[in-house]
Design a protein around this ligand. Sequence first.
Ligand SMILES: *[C@@H]1O[C@H](CO)[C@@H](O)[C@H](O)[C@H]1NC(C)=O
Ligand SMILES: *[C@@H]1O[C@H](CO)[C@@H](O)[C@H](O)[C@H]1NC(C)=O
Length: 248
Amino acid sequence: MYALLTRLCLTATLFTTVLAVLPPYIKPCKKSDPDINKCIIRSIDQLRDKLSSGIPELDAPAIEPLHLKQIRLSRGPVGARLDVNLTDLQVSGPSSFKIRDFKADVENVVFTFKVSFDSLNFQGKYQIDARVLLLKLTGQGELTGSFHDYDSDVILRARKVFRDNDTYLNFERMKVKLKIGKTNLHLSNLFGGDTVLAAASHELLNNNNNLILDEITPVLETSLAELFTDVANKITKSFTYRELFPDN
Ligand SMILES: *[C@@H]1O[C@H](CO)[C@@H](O)[C@H](O)[C@H]1NC(C)=O
Ligand SMILES: *[C@@H]1O[C@H](CO)[C@@H](O)[C@H](O)[C@H]1NC(C)=O
């Protein structure tokens, strides 16, 4: 009886292995490939369009646009306060990532690389409440802006997980450290169009560009890291380690 069951199981396993053909957009990279780093970069590049709009059959979310729900900035002493809320930010550009200096340790499943984004454009809503000298600036409206020449060091580490009689990969949250390039911000409808106040406030913001960036950057790092890790895990959940990195 046991022998029969084992045979049945083996046959079933063989069938699943043969039938579970990788979809055409998943390109495996052989462990023995001396150029495995290039192979992985190429595979990711070929996946870019899919990643951009999401892969419903793998339950992988679209990476375009990236949503940031809320960023709160509250700084400065009484008399020079700056209180800004940014909400419903939509960031377009995550799918334009470029990967370089990719180093894969496929055995230990650790990947280190650099990612750059030419530009990330965002739009959303802002509320501002600021006091500068004797001026009280309050208002709300649309915020638009862009980040240019973003660069980041990334470490992506996975654990091998044994399930369904096979080995799968599960990634720990990616570590992303953004280096900031150029930025510009624009707030529309400041003070319902009162140009003197609006100009004063824009100047305040531009003179304190780092204040806003210092708040946005960590949120952007965390959000990009969570998103990319989630997508990576949706892919490695559906395919075994050996399917993605066959021995030969
Ligand atoms: C930002 O949001 C917080 C919490 O929702 C609120 O208390 C604060 O007044 C808001 N700031 C501005 C400038 O609207
Ligand atoms: C995994 O293998 C064991 C025996 O090796 C078997 O009892 C079990 O049913 C298998 N599970 C699956 C999901 O194939």
